[in-house]
Design a protein around this ligand. Structure first.
Ligand code: PMP
Length: 469
């Protein structure tokens, strides 16, 4: 792809950083630490690259925040947004009104979703969509006369958002530790992370064991108290943790056995990320509700929602009366126009097929090739998600590898070397992650893998100097 160079604008970086420090509280940030180092000011983006205020080019291995699936600089999306803004910048859907982009997007989403989904509820984000799930499943059971079925089961180290319900549904202990979370009625089971819990078992055995924790929890809570189980097809923010092949079929069986609704959170896996429209296709999950956000607009505008399966929709529609829930920006016409154009691009450029057949397998090959690096103990890939595990000492058997002590923050050290050399890669503990724009070419994958290897070498030298090895 031809990548234009950024406009030669002079930015006063120090002044912007000072203003940032003075007034802007960043999400998930240690405010004081950021004030001391000063934020990097991102000013422009094209294709898979970003530029900062000092003219430095950065390869965006995270597609923004797992969302810029079609890459940056898509003029057709900004044109669609501009046109829609001029015609109808906003109107609500609360009072028996609708708007054309929202209707068209609802239809398009139904076309690309698994067949049980024929309805959508729009929100402004993934967190709001999971709040919607919580209210919707409880309403569903109320309407059927089972008001005691209100407990939702989730998993440790899951990420489902940052609202009170989203953070409670999520299983991030650092989030729960702030503000008395989770709220009542939400309980958690272990995650299907083989490296953490699979010692002495094959992958398949461990998948069944991790799924059995759901049944244990259902029996502990009482099946007549449980409304739903929520999970990401594979855990994204938790570290790109891919469950063994036996996990999902067993989860599905357990949910059916106890008539528990299954909510699949596709906020990261949706819109091509794993080489199909949704992770549900890859893992053959048949869910009752499906959360989406991020890739629906490739992040160009905020939008999320819940695909509502026939089983739930029928009850809400036929028996429900008013559903007392919704957001000012549910079905926002401009966000929906951006999503429609984004979906058109994904379809017409056959980007998802390209990830499935060509660039996804090539990314896997690239990550596999890093296994010869002394710091890389393991790699995991699925479509355009990839992770490598940093280890202190390698071994034949993954359970015999020596890990770095958590408090050394080796992942953060590695991430800082990546950033310094113009490569955005995220650290989750000792797992280093990428989730690149789906448009990334073979040549760009080569470029990224070479950059990662170089930064791993830099990290190795740094760790040796610190006597961490
Ligand atoms: N669910 C999952 C699986 C996510 O990864 C995220 C965001 N990373 C969310 C929900 C929350 O989405 P948002 O930040 O748009 O509220």
């Amino acid at each position: 792809a031809v990548v234009s160079t950024p406009q030669q604008v002079h930015y006063n970086t120090e002044a912007i950083q000072a203003m940032d420090t003075a007034h802007y509280l960043h999400p998930f940030t240690n405010f004081k630490a950021l004030a001391n180092r000063g934020a990097q000011v991102i000013v422009e983006a094209q294709d898979i690259y970003l530029w900062d205020s000092q003219g430095k080019r950065i390869l965006d291995g995270m597609a923004g925040l797992w969302c810029v699936n079609v890459g940056y600089g898509r003029k057709s999306i900004s044109d669609a947004v501009y046109t829609q803004m001029q015609q109808l910048p906003f109107y609500n859907s609360f009072f028996n009104t609708t708007n054309i982009p929202a209707v068209e997007l609802a239809k398009a989403l139904v076309e690309i979703s698994p067949p049980q989904f024929k309805h959508v509820f729009f929100t402004g984000s993934g967190s709001e969509a999971n709040d919607t799930n919580l209210r919707m499943v409880r309403r569903y059971w109320d309407l059927l006369g089972y008001s005691e079925r209100h407990v939702i089961i989730s998993r440790h180290n899951a990420y489902h958002g940052s609202t009170v319900a989203g953070a409670s549904l999520g299983g991030m202990s650092a989030m729960h530790a702030q503000g008395s979370l989770p709220i009542p009625g939400i309980v958690h089971i272990g995650q299907p992370y083989y490296l953490e819990g699979g010692k002495g078992l094959t992958q398949d055995e461990f998948g069944l064991k991790a799924a059995s924790w759901l049944e244990d929890k259902i029996l502990e809570v009482g099946a007549d108290q449980v409304a739903a189980f929520i999970a990401e097809p594979l855990q994204g923010a938790g570290g790109v943790i891919i469950p063994p092949a036996t996990y999902w079929p067993e989860i599905q069986r357990i949910c059916s056995k106890y008539d528990i609704l299954l909510i699949v959170d596709e906020v990261i896996c949706g819109f091509g990320r794993v080489g199909c429209w949704f992770g549900s296709e890859h893992f053959e999950i048949k869910a009752d509700l499906m959360t989406f956000a991020k890739g629906v607009t490739s992040g160009y505008l905020p939008l999320g929602g819940v695909m509502v399966g026939d089983k739930v929709a029928q009850v809400l529609i036929e028996k429900g009366g008013d559903f007392n829930h919704g957001f000012t920006y549910s079905g926002h016409p401009v966000a929906c126009a951006a999503a429609l154009e984004n979906i058109r691009i994904l379809r017409e450029e056959k980007i998802i097929e390209q990830v499935r057949d060509e660039t996804g397998p090539y990314l896997k090959q690239g990550f596999d090739s890093l296994l010869d690096h002394p710091l890389v103990g393991m790699v995991d890939t699925c479509g355009f998600l990839a992770a490598l595990v940093l280890v202190k000492e390698k071994a034949e058997n993954i359970f015999d590898m020596q890990m770095f002590p958590k408090d050394l923050g080796v992942g953060q050290i590695c991430r800082d070397h990546m950033f310094k050399h113009g490569m955005i890669m995220r650290a989750v503990g000792n797992r280093m992650i990428v989730s690149p724009p789906l448009t990334m070419t073979i040549a760009q994958i080569d470029e990224m893998i070479a950059l990662i290897r170089f930064c791993l070498d830099e990290t190795l030298a740094d760790l040796q100097q610190r006597n961490y090895l």
